[in-house]
Ligand binder design. Structure first.
Ligand code: PEP
Ligand code: MG
Length: 592
């Protein structure tokens, strides 16, 4: 994060501009609301001798309460996800029942005459210190569990309830150290004017969700949280990735001008709504929208989407913190299919895992979640859950405008297994005489380098490809898409990434299938001419980005786009590539 002071406002407060990573465009003005969840201050308090028993009782009551909470989560996970993952919470319950820790706490409350939370924290801190010094990896890993249990118990001792974002009901700009995708799903647009986080990258799921909910957001601010106070006046500019504390008159004027410009530009672009995304020489690109929840379909169509190129169905789970039933899923898919008809919608099967496993069931700890039990891997391990989803999708396909897409395919075998399960479900439906689209198209996300490199073989088993650049970039460059510290290394214009994209498009076409792209690159105006020139057939992006991308496509020829792509693919550095793209853009559309 960089910052600069730009004078004082009329109340003599210093006006400072902080710069982070743009996550969702738009501007918001309002008061800061600090979401202080993680840090609870535990103060030392002396108690009298006759308060000792009451303090011990308070500690035992908090132990019971915490155990009940964890047992509930354990049951929920066992029922809805799988019994193996429920073991994490079993282990946490065992920590709560650790006689050594609990007896030591009780002894020290008696001996030192201190409040329970202070004594408990001290005992936990020294346990963690001892484990950290151990060379045993297993013991070290227990630290995370101990921390999770300890903070839950301390919250209960202090009587603090976990704040949910639904409960905020006056309009504020939310400032947090970190948020989960489930947090964003629970935001009410009327009360959260915008949000800013210290953590996160521009293609983290928190950022994607903010875009789709049209909530302006800035992420990756590193330590902004500690610089701002509750109720301070703020301007948040999600397009530039800036936050302005205590804006002065001049800054407010500049912002007003910007806001008017954005309104004018949006009105100009909305005139393109009914026109096709087609180059001068008639190369037609299908321009679709990415959605997270069925209700996003309305705004996608409003912005001129020609279909839904990616429905991230896992948000049905994140929105309600429980796996949706077959009926609930069917209704959601049916709603999208009906709304877009006669256009089509691509339903992606659950891509849970990575940063999308937080929420209310507790996070399932993995050392490397993005390389872990995610998406198709989890679905193939949980065929009963997967088949429920496939059945709901098939049932919603009767109007023949649904396509099914599998995420995170890394090898042909996975695709074959997923397709075999789909066939099983089709057979079951046929037996029961339940109708569905017999010719439903089945495609895959190409978002892992091994898939791009095996694109010829995968194309033989697929009806279409959709390139997921958000993940393809992170896996090709070994750069976590949500980590603000290395956000500068997350570069879609890396020659290696572009070669994999080109290779995938060519392999798809060689095998007679269409190739789309649904990562954030599809909504980046700097990438549009290049992607069209590489031969992409479809671009699917957040609804808000559609008009701008359409305008670019309608201002070029396919031939000039191909020339640019050929030039760029022969360059060897990110800087050279960006320079050529920026110059080309400025020549065609002017600077800025
Ligand atoms: C991608 O990886 O590019 C993608 C579109 O999927 P998600 O962002 O949901 O991982
Ligand atoms: Mg992905």
């Amino acid at each position: 994060m960089s910052s600069r002071s730009v004078g004082r406002n009329k109340n003599k407060e210093v006006c400072i501009i902080y710069r982070g990573i743009p996550a969702s465009s738009g501007v918001a003005i309002g008061k800061a609301f600090l979401l202080n969840r993680e840090t609870v201050e535990v103060k030392e308090e002396k108690i009298s001798e006759n308060e000792v028993q009451r303090e011990i009782l308070r500690f035992k009551k908090a132990l019971d309460e915490t155990k009940k909470e964890l047992s509930k989560i354990k049951e929920k996970v066992a029922k809805r996800i799988d019994p193996d993952h429920a073991k994490i919470f079993e282990a946490q319950i065992l920590i709560l029942q650790d006689d050594f820790i609990n007896d030591t706490v009780i002894e020290r409350i008696k001996l030192n005459e201190n409040n329970a939370e202070f004594v408990y924290k001290k005992v936990i801190d020294s346990t963690i210190q001892a484990l950290s010094a151990s060379t045993d990896e297993y013991l070290k890993e227990r630290i995370l569990d101990i921390n999770a249990v300890a903070s839950r118990l301390i919250y209960n001792l202090l009587g603090i309830k976990h704040l949910t974002l639904e409960s905020i009901d006056s309009p504020v700009i939310l400032i947090a150290r970190n948020l989960s995708p489930a947090d964003v799903v629970h935001m009410k647009k009327e009360s959260i004017l915008g949000f800013a986080t210290d953590a996160g990258g521009g293609t983290s799921h928190v950022a994607l969700l903010a875009k789709s909910m049209e909530i302006p957001a800035v992420v990756g601010l590193k330590n902004f949280f500690d610089q701002v106070q509750s109720d301070q006046s703020l301007i948040l500019d999600g397009t530039r990735g800036e936050l302005i504390i205590c804006p002065d008159e001049e800054t407010l004027k500049e912002f007003e001008k910007r806001r008017k410009y954005i309104i004018k530009r949006t009105a100009e672009l909305s005139e393109l709504k009914l026109l096709p995304a087609e180059t001068f020489d008639k190369r037609r690109i299908e321009l679709s929208a990415n959605i997270e929840l069925p209700q996003d379909t309305d705004s996608a169509l409003e912005y001129g989407a020609e279909g839904i190129g990616l429905f991230r169905t896992e948000y049905l789970y994140l929105a309600q913190s429980d796996l949706p039933s077959e009926k609930e899923q069917y209704q959601a898919y049916q709603e999208v299919a009906d709304k877009v008809y006669p256009k089509s919608a691509i339903l992606r099967t659950f891509d849970l895992g990575g940063d999308k496993f937080d929420g209310h069931t507790g996070s399932l700890y993995e050392t490397n979640p993005f390389l872990g039990w995610r998406a198709i891997r989890a679905c193939l391990d949980l065929p009963e859950i997967f088949k429920i989803q496939l059945r709901a999708m098939l049932k919603a396909s009767i109007k023949k405008n649904i396509k099914i897409m599998f995420p995170m395919i890394s090898q042909v075998e996975e695709l074959k297994k997923a397709k075999a399960l789909l066939e099983e479900v089709k057979d079951e439906l046929r037996d029961k005489k339940i109708p569905f689209d017999e010719n439903i198209e089945v495609g895959i996300m190409v978002e892992i380098p091994s898939a791009a490199l095996s694109a010829d073989s995968l194309a033989k088993e697929s009806n279409f490809f959709s390139i997921g650049t958000n993940d393809l970039i992170q896996y090709t460059l070994a750069v976590d898409r949500g980590n603000e510290r290395i956000a500068h290394l997350y570069q879609g214009f890396h020659p290696g990434v572009l070669k994999l994209i080109k290779q995938t498009i060519d392999a798809g076409h060689r095998n007679g299938i269409w190739v789309g792209l649904c990562g954030e690159m599809a909504g980046d105006p700097l990438a549009t001419v290049l992607l069209v020139g590489m031969g992409v057939d479809e671009l699917s992006t957040s609804a808000m980005a559609i008009p701008e991308i359409k305008k670019i496509i309608r201002s070029i020829t396919f031939e000039e786009a191909q020339r640019l792509a050929e030039q760029v693919l022969n360059l060897s550095t990110i800087d050279e590539i960006k320079k050529v793209l920026i110059e080309d853009y400025a020549e065609k559309f002017g600077k800025g």
